[in-house]
Design a protein around this ligand. Structure first.
Ligand SMILES: CC[C@@H](C(=O)O)C(=O)SCCNC(=O)CCNC(=O)[C@H](O)C(C)(C)COP(=O)(O)OP(=O)(O)OC[C@H]1O[C@@H](n2cnc3c(N)ncnc32)[C@H](O)[C@@H]1OP(=O)(O)O
Ligand SMILES: [Co+2]
Length: 135
């Protein structure tokens, strides 16, 4: 079902400080930045080979990442798998008994089509599926 890991999402308090760590210390290249209002985050993508690290800082306390930071502090927030057909993947995952947060895809970073599975049905890992769009 999953083609590959698309990105790992990491919740941070201070986006610019985190970018400095990943760029200067790890030598990763920042390739994209966007405030994704629908998800309540300011987000960046950094290249790691063919995959990405996605750094996320909340646009407010009552957002998924804002609540996560208040509860757990900074750290790994989600894993995202690439799928070739997100509507098909959502139907298959629902049929397999997975708890979907999103019954239909939403628009994620860089215009990608994204949807989340609830951590209660994934062994505690917030899981995103992503169908990238061509640029
Ligand atoms: C940049 C855009 C996009 C992309 O293109 O890549 C993104 O990645 S956006 C990323 C931010 N958006 C989201 O996370 C959307 C999906 N998340 C949600 O809808 C919610 O966060 C949630 C998972 C449904 C939880 O919301 P809520 O129930 O309101 O939060 P609580 O704080 O009450 O927690 C309930 C329950 O869930 C556990 N939890 C919460 N977040 C995570 C997490 N990231 N990983 C694992 N578990 C998580 C939390 O610990 C609670 O557990 P219990 O205490 O056992 O009930
Ligand atoms: Co993500």
């Amino acid at each position: 079902m999953f083609a590959r890991i698309d990105h790992v999402g990491i919740a941070v308090e201070d986006l610019d400080a985190a970018i400095a760590l990943y760029e200067s210390t790890y030598g990763m290249e920042l390739v994209y930045r966007e405030a994704v209002i629908d998800q309540g985050v300011d987000a960046v993508l950094l290249d790691v080979g063919e995959n990405h690290v996605e750094l996320l800082s909340p646009l407010g306390p009552d957002t998924p990442v804002g609540k996560f930071l208040a509860r757990k502090g900074p750290g790994m927030h989600h894993i995202a798998y690439q799928v070739p057909d997100i509507e098909r993947a959502l139907a298959d995952l629902k049929a397999a008994g997975m708890r979907l947060i999103d019954e239909e895809f939403r628009i994620g970073i860089r215009g990608s089509h994204v949807a989340f599975l609830h951590p209660a049905s994934t062994g505690g890992v917030l899981t995103e599926i992503v169908q990238p769009v061509d640029h």
